[in-house]
Design a protein around this ligand. Structure first.
Ligand SMILES: Cc1ncc(C[n+]2csc(CCOP(=O)(O)OP(=O)(O)O)c2C)c(N)n1
Ligand code: SF4
Length: 422
């Protein structure tokens, strides 16, 4: 057993007596027993108290959306496709409830990973709501009369789905040997750690004994599948395609006099071609010998509200794609104005190109009002605004932008002449 540290010396971020701390400590011990290098371990967590542990781990860590650690871990395991790497997903019983299909799918397809379910029988982080794992009679702050349903038996479910190693343990004391077995199993393994949340579980169920509660719930504390079976394993392409080698080559055909990094924010409405206009802006910069990045932002419900894009162009390497204070801000609609108002407020210099029908936001930037929408209509306003700004800011030759635009099928619908009204 090595004495390599997998946890920082800082105090774990849980309430006093929280079972999650036992899982973290036993995970460290199990990995020490396996003599693994911390950087051969990827720990994937998700939302919930259990998930805030990642800053304490000295392994690689990834933090995902609630209930999705197992889905992310499956992708990582498939991508790594390396039995020497340990991919471990932590999830709560709340996360396991809402991400159940990921667990079933992971077990069914036999991804090489271990899921540790921190089953404290309630949603800890949000104040103790019941999950589908909450056993009959268990009370929570939002269910003071106690659950009238049986909780899921995740271990039985995982066996049925085809998991290779499955065990339920009471999360007290040293259970690192169980984790060693799960981490060493080939294919998909899952350990359900029964825990108690002192802040909500104990308070709502005074005097409760964890092992008695587990017994009364009908949940067996045992190994359900020992990892020796022939669990089906997903055939994984041993030579995954490289996205880099398939990247689109853009040939330089023009040159630009731009000597410094320029960040441009284009902010308009969904359905008005903002993202494709920004793509032309970025691509034409590359055609002109510059580096460029593009980052799009839009609401979760795509197709309504604002649509914005931040493009950086530079003769130098671009190491960060964000530009909280743009040099050039282009606003083509009222949705775009609402989204970009904060960025405009941060601008102490630079220029804002804004549709002339819009109210001018508070800013230290120079304002240039242009009738974008009136001249070309709403649908082409973002595209026209990009042509207009490139021309007036002399970012690179307008012919580069014309070339990029004309090689796209959008050019069949929008006349190039309408975009060249300067
Ligand atoms: C998709 C989604 N739904 C709901 C929430 C709100 N939320 C944050 S933490 C949490 C409960 C977490 O409970 P659990 O997964 O059991 O972990 P614990 O806090 O008990 O460790 C919820 C519902 C969220 N972040 N994301
Ligand atoms: S609220 Fe409960 S689950 Fe969350 S850290 Fe505290 S004891 Fe643990």
């Amino acid at each position: 057993m090595s004495n390599t540290r997998f946890l920082t010396d800082a105090q774990l971020p849980f309430c006093k007596g929280c079972g999650h701390a036992m899982v973290a400590q036993n995970t460290e011990k199990a990995l020490q027993k396996l003599n693994i290098n911390p950087l051969d371990v990827v720990l994937v967590t998700d939302i919930g108290c259990h998930g805030i542990v990642d800053k304490s781990f000295l392994t690689h860590t990834v933090h995902g959306l609630h209930g999705r650690s197992s889905a992310l871990a499956a992708g990582i395991a498939a991508g790594l496709n390396n039995p020497n790497k340990k991919v471990i997903a932590f999830t709560g019983d709340g996360g396991a409830t809402i991400g159940m299909q990921h667990l079933i799918g992971g077990a069914h397809l036999g991804f090489n990973m271990t899921v540790v379910v921190h089953n404290n029988m309630l949603y800890g982080m949000t104040g103790g709501q019941p999950s589908e794992f909450t056993p009959n009679g268990f009370k929570t702050p939002t269910l003071p009369e106690g659950s009238n349903k049986a909780g899921y038996d995740i271990c039985e479910l995982m066996v049925a789905a085809g998991a290779s190693y499955v065990e339920r343990i009471i999360g007290i004391g040293d259970f690192s040997d169980s984790l060693v077995k799960a981490f060493s199993a080939s294919g998909f393994s899952l350990v359900e750690v029964m825990e108690i949340c002192p802040s909500y579980g104990v308070k709502s169920n005074p005097g409760m004994k964890l092992s008695k509660l587990v017994e009364d719930a009908g949940w067996k504390v045992k190994v359900f599948a020992d990892g020796k079976g022939n669990a089906f394993k997903t055939p994984i392409n041993v030579e995954p395609k490289s996205l880099i080698s398939e990247k689109l080559e853009v040939q330089q055909r023009y040159s630009s006099n731009t000597q410094k990094t320029v960040s441009i924010m284009l902010s308009g409405s969904a359905g008005e071609g903002v993202q494709s206009a920004a793509e032309f802006l970025a691509k034409a910069a590359i055609v002109s010998g510059l580096n460029s990045t593009k980052k799009g932002s839009y609401p979760v419900t795509v197709g309504v509200g604002f649509s914005a894009s931040e493009v950086i162009i530079s003769p130098n390497q671009i190491l960060f794609t964000g530009s909280p204070i743009p040099d050039v801000l282009i606003i083509t609609s009222s949705d775009g104005l609402n989204y970009a108002r904060a960025a405009a407020g941060r601008m102490k210099h630079g220029v804002i190109y804004i549709d002339e029908t819009l109210e001018v936001p508070q800013t230290g930037a120079r304002i240039k009002k242009v009738p974008f929408r009136e001249r070309v209509g709403a649908k082409s306003s973002a595209l026209y605004a990009v042509f207009y700004a490139v021309h007036h800011e002399k970012l690179y030759p307008i012919d580069a932008l014309k070339d990029v635009f004309l090689s796209n099928k959008i050019a069949e619908k929008v006349s190039i002449d309408s975009l060249l009204q300067f």
